[in-house]
Write a protein that binds this ligand. Structure first.
Ligand code: SAM
Length: 277
């Protein structure tokens, strides 16, 4: 009987094809089949490198069903590679159900590390990189997005988000509203590609730059926001205390403005959630 095969989890370029590692290429050439999020997209990548291997579609709609069959193939001795459209599989991409199923079956799952947009952006952001949180894509609905951001207002670690061109302006608006205009941010756009741009500044200045130039809203984005100061919780507590007290004398919007100024807390945080400005 054949020994079980290995599932290789292979990172592919996020733009520049020169970023496919020699080992990734060797593994892709050697496996019995390649599981790909979008087989047409991966076929183009493989054609560029002269690799001809059978492809199996593995995306969010069929992953549960496919995972069981792929584990059977691995148990039968086949070796497989898992790739996504770009970057590292499983990072805001399909694959974790297959990896979990393979691990539960006692199979070897081996990484072939390489490009990842979040890590590429972090590596050039110049923001604290010793502790960071990856939040992936924000929810599509405005209220859910703001709620997610409100929960991050006092996060002291660097916060990383993914965003697509059609929503980047909205996300920057929401970030200014919830985190306040002054929080430092770095926007990595089209990394490793022809129009690679890295903008940095306060949320307000980066938002203004993006709104002023339609080209700055094209392509793919990583948004990296500096974490809150260590005393953010204390500032917000003080801001809320002031807001409540001032609310006895001023209109809510005025009370919030003054309380935010005096405490250094973002105005949004004073309402304790996702209320109006
Ligand atoms: N698995 C991928 C990785 O390792 O980065 C991420 C896949 S996710 C579906 C796609 C998102 O990643 C894009 O919407 C964008 O936010 C980010 N992204 C991918 N390539 C990028 C690039 N070249 N520059 C900036 N962001 C990129």
């Amino acid at each position: 009987m054949q020994p079980p095969g290995t599932l290789h989890v292979v990172a592919t370029p996020i733009g520049n094809l020169g970023d496919l590692s020699p080992r990734a290429l060797e593994v892709l050439r050697s496996v019995d089949a390649i599981c790909a999020e979008d087989t047409r997209h991966t076929r183009q990548l493989l054609a560029h490198f002269g690799v001809e291997r059978p492809l199996v579609a593995l995306h969010e709609h069929n992953e549960d069903r496919q995972a069981a069959q792929l584990v059977e193939r691995l148990l039968g001795g086949a070796s497989l590679a898992l790739v996504s459209d770009a970057g590292t599989p499983l990072v805001s991409d399909p694959g974790y159900r297959l990896v979990r199923a393979a691990r539960e079956a006692g199979l070897r799952v081996s990484p072939v590390p390489g490009p990842c947009a979040a890590i590429a952006a972090l590596s050039v952001a110049g923001l604290a990189s010793d502790r960071f949180v990856f939040e992936g894509f924000l929810p599509a609905r405005t209220s859910a997005r703001r709620e997610r951001l409100a929960a991050l207002v006092t996060e002291t670690r660097t916060v990383m988000l993914y965003e697509a061109s059609h929503r980047i302006a909205q996300t920057l608006d929401d970030l200014v509203t919830v985190f306040g205009p002054d929080r430092p941010v770095v926007l990595g756009r089209e990394l490793t590609k022809l129009f690679e741009t890295v903008l940095d500044g306060s949320l307000a200045t980066v938002r203004a730059a993006v709104l002023a130039d339609p080209n700055q809203r094209r392509g793919e984005f990583v948004v990296i926001v500096q974490g809150a100061p260590e005393d953010a919780d204390a500032r917000i507590a003080e801001g809320r205390r002031l807001y409540a007290r001032l609310g006895e004398y001023l209109k809510p919007s005025q009370a919030a403005k003054v309380a935010a100024e005096l405490s250094g807390a973002p105005r949004k945080a004073l309402y304790g959630g996702t209320g109006e400005n």
